[in-house]
Design a protein. Structure first.
Length: 494
């Protein structure tokens, strides 16, 4: 089946010469494909067209008429393309004291790539090198020949075979060792499309429906391309306070989970190849990718990035309802915490920045506020306000100590961080206190707080379990992306 992406932009389409003399039914289909922007086909066969509805009008091989004009014979070229995919720099490990890298015919270079550099060392067989970082430099030692190399700054390794292994995990193309104090950071520089091959089964599963996987690949490519530009661009193009970095993305949930080439398979590569270069943009006139956030399970309603991280984010103007993720194992969950356990978690978070920023308006912070947490009792822990998507925006907490009360209003996203994002899986929560009756003055002492939640993750952008279900129900890639990124459009980066 051949499909055309739903890209509301202007493309140049080269029509095969044989199509000019097609019988009337075929010409009608071809004109229909042009979405009414061309009153007639020019003899050159080159037409500029608006394709705002192409995705719903793709040339289906299931249609007798449409199958007369295979889409493979239409050469589509976006106005703005790169000749080759970008190379992305992925931090795959940090804080390593003595990493070991193996590979065939390894070549070591000073700096972050081999361009213009002679190899410091090379081997014509399988070899292993061990690295130590200190004083802003890298020391490399061959485990067999004991050859020793020292360089100031980063050191890179490549193999003509195309693969290297860090520990037991294989990576494509280039590994770069960056000194960071007495430890080493390892960055994998790799073609972004090959990066996506390795990402698919780390972030979701290539066994899901092809339409759902393709949608998630496009989101992941867009996020990665956004980070490439954000981390390397001029200061004016980076987020406030963000510095240029020696890597573009982290290989963990800080950005996107990536395990090198370890989990590549033919299904993943097929989905990546099928969507090669396709990204999400904020507008027709923009060539910049949006920061295409995604998450596991939204719980029925997606979130706006401004509610989670503040600031404005191009391509995100509204949250949307998602009725498709109910089958996720994280669609509903519950947690139980004793008051002392909550106090301990909040104290660990509060002591890093103090409690003053979280005081209710008009309140003053007691000098001995730490005593409220260390010696007092948590009497209140409840959702204080909701955001526009129905998630907790603020959480109120109160402690009683020596006939005094300390009240704090805490951002729900911070509370989730302090509890642990895998514990408090989202901020779509309800909190219910449980009481135990006592004799005397404390008739209603809180003994437990039950947190009932929906979803898993920040809730912004594509809901992976929702996309999975949509694919299973027959929705197309464009339908999935249109639901979760309603304010973005598709475009080609390369």
């Amino acid at each position: 089946m051949a499909r055309v992406l739903d890209v509301p932009t202007v493309l140049t389409v080269q029509v095969p010469k044989e199509s000019m003399t097609l019988p009337d039914p075929r010409r009608r289909i071809l004109r229909k494909l042009f979405d009414g922007t061309s009153p007639g086909l020019r003899t050159s066969g080159v037409v500029c067209l608006q394709i705002s509805t192409l995705i719903s009008m793709w040339v289906s091989t299931q249609s007798a008429e449409a199958s007369l004009i295979p889409f493979s014979k239409l050469k589509i070229s976006p106005f703005h393309t790169e000749l080759e995919p970008e190379k992305i720099r992925v931090r795959v490990s940090e804080g390593l004291a003595a990493p070991k890298i193996r590979g065939l015919d390894l070549q070591l270079y000073s700096g972050t790539d081999a361009s213009g550099h002679r190899a410091l060392a090379s081997s014509d067989r399988l070899s292993e090198w061990q690295f130590h970082c200190a004083g802003g430099g890298v020391q490399a030692k061959n485990s067999t020949s004991h050859q020793l190399i020292r360089v100031q700054g980063p050191l890179s390794l490549e193999s003509p075979a195309g693969f290297l292994s860090l520990g037991q995990r294989p990576y494509r193309e280039t590994l770069i060792i960056h000194p960071n104090g007495s430890s080493c950071e390892i960055v994998n520089r790799v073609d972004i499309e090959k990066y996506l091959d390795g990402l698919v089964n780390a972030e979701f599963s290539s066994k899901w429906s092809e339409e759902a996987v393709a949608a998630q690949v496009i989101a992941a490519r867009t996020y990665a391309y956004h980070q490439i530009q954000a981390m390397r661009g001029p200061k004016s193009a980076r987020a406030a306070g963000q510095k240029a970095s020696h890597f573009d993305v982290d290989s963990t949930t800080r950005d996107q989970v990536y395990d090198g080439s370890y989990r590549e398979d033919y299904r993943a590569s097929r989905s990546v190849s099928r969507t090669r270069g396709v990204i999400l943009k904020a507008s027709f006139n923009s060539n910049l990718p949006i920061k295409a956030f995604y998450h596991s399970t939204c719980g029925g309603q997606t979130e706006l990035p401004s509610q989670v991280w503040g600031g404005s984010h191009a391509g995100f103007k509204r949250s949307v309802k998602c009725p498709y993720c109910a089958q996720s194992p994280k669609a509903h969950w519950e947690l139980d915490y004793k008051p002392a356990e909550i106090t301990m978690l909040l104290f660990q978070g509060l002591k890093a920045q103090g409690a003053r920023p979280f005081l209710p308006r008009g309140s003053t912070l007691p000098i001995d506020w730490i005593s409220f947490l260390s010696q007092g009792s948590l009497s209140r822990f409840q959702v204080h306000s909701l955001d526009t998507s129905g998630r907790a925006n603020q959480i109120a907490a109160s402690w009683k100590w020596e006939n005094r009360t300390l009240d704090l209003i805490l951002p729900a996203v911070k509370v989730r961080d302090w509890f642990g994002a895998t514990q408090m899986k989202s901020t779509a929560i309800q909190i219910t206190p449980e009481y135990r009756a006592h004799s005397g003055s404390d008739l209603n002492q809180v003994v437990n707080f039950r947190i009932a939640g929906k979803g898993f993750g920040h809730g912004v952008g594509l809901c992976q379990w929702g996309a999975k279900t949509m694919g299973e129900q027959g929705f197309k890639t464009s339908d999935i992306l249109k639901l979760y990124y309603p304010d973005a459009i598709l475009g080609k980066a390369w």
